[in-house]
Design a protein around this ligand. Structure first.
Ligand SMILES: Nc1ncnc2c1ncn2[C@@H]1O[C@H](COP(=O)(O)OP(=O)(O)O)[C@@H](O)[C@H]1O
Ligand SMILES: [Mg+2]
Length: 300
């Protein structure tokens, strides 16, 4: 269902030959005297799920901000489907196929699931239309057959068909997260960045979200890739094709989940074979997380 966009024409099909959807090349970010990222590189291949993990303060959110365009790095480059977008704004990166979700969902609690997806889909096809629709609620009910088909497809993909008519306010957090993902997917991105999508979810909620993430990627016709920043290391290792581990702003490991799971530096720094480093300087401590166990997920 996630075919190449033809309606808005913002995505160039010829660029699809590049197997690398998104790359960070040697990124360094300083906050005053603190080095939040030090020469970090990352490659996101088409059709892959890339997990980004590391203890609190490791630089995960900073890297996500650099990838999405909210933060300019002090050094290094960001490449989106081969193009250097380091100086391109977040908004323009979005029109080139980069989408993201936020940790705190930004939803209109009175609108239904379907209405959210209709709005998100229209915002892609006709920029600024969303606000017109918000000001004239009747417009929400005037849906074209094309819209209905797209939105039905998204609802089905996300297993949201049965709650399509429910106001978002009535839904559990796990379902609200799926609506967020649906809104991001309505823009038909090539890469979707997810900031701690499992935080605050119970085991059932996170398992459901994880299986939907896998399905979204596997069913994508145009190589959708996901980048997931997540506290829950076991979940990331289970879900990802590639894992990048940050610690104190440095990339300490990269590779398949199996490779990362058995990496000595990762185990020492993070995965709980030995005591994890104490973050006394910032007052934060990193909880040990042993692969195969499910550490507590952070509250949202
Ligand atoms: N806007 C900021 N100003 C100053 N320091 C920051 C800012 N954002 C993050 N930091 C610092 O940079 C480091 C990395 O932070 P962050 O990327 O949020 O880590 P993570 O997401 O892995 O927990 C931390 O030491 C954090 O305190
Ligand atoms: Mg963070």
């Amino acid at each position: 269902m996630m075919t190449t966009a033809t309606d808005a024409g913002t995505i160039d099909a010829t660029a699809d030959q590049d197997p690398v959807a998104l790359a960070a090349d040697d990124i360094t970010v300083h906050f005053g005297g603190l080095t939040a990222l030090s020469g970090v590189s990352l490659e996101v291949r088409r059709g892959n799920i890339v997990g980004l993990v590391g203890p609190n303060g490791a630089g995960k959110s900073t890297l996500l901000a650099v990838l999405s365009g909210l933060l300019s790095p002090d050094a290094g480059k960001v490449l989106l489907r081969g193009d250097d977008v380091t100086d391109v704004s977040a908004r323009h990166r979005a029109t080139r196929g980069l989408a993201r979700t936020f940790q705190q969902p930004e939803l209109f609690m009175g609108l239904t699931v379907r209405e959210h997806l209709v709005l998100a889909y229209r915002a892609r096809v006709v920029p600024h239309r969303m606000w017109r629709d918000m000001l004239d609620p009747r417009a929400l009910f005037r849906t074209s057959p094309g819209e209905v088909e797209k939105v039905d497809g998204l609802l089905e993909l996300l297993h949201l068909t049965h709650v399509a008519k429910a106001p978002v306010a009535a839904l559990p957090l796990g379902v609200i997260r799926l609506v967020e993902v649906g809104r991001a997917l309505a823009s038909q991105p090539r890469v979707l960045l997810l900031d701690e999508p499992l935080s605050g979810l119970d085991l059932h909620g996170s398992e459901n979200l994880i299986s939907v993430f896998r399905e979204i990627v596997d069913r994508s016709d145009d190589g959708l890739a996901l980048v997931i920043v997540e506290h829950d290391v076991a979940a990331v290792l289970a879900l990802s094709d590639m894992v990048v581990v940050l610690d104190f702003g440095e990339r300490i490991a990269v590779g398949t989940p199996d490779k990362v799971r058995s990496d000595a530096a990762v185990r020492a720094a993070y995965l709980g074979d030995v005591e994890p480093p104490q973050r006394t300087a910032t007052g934060q401590t990193a909880a040990p997380a042993v692969p195969g166990s499910r550490p507590e997920v952070g509250g949202a």
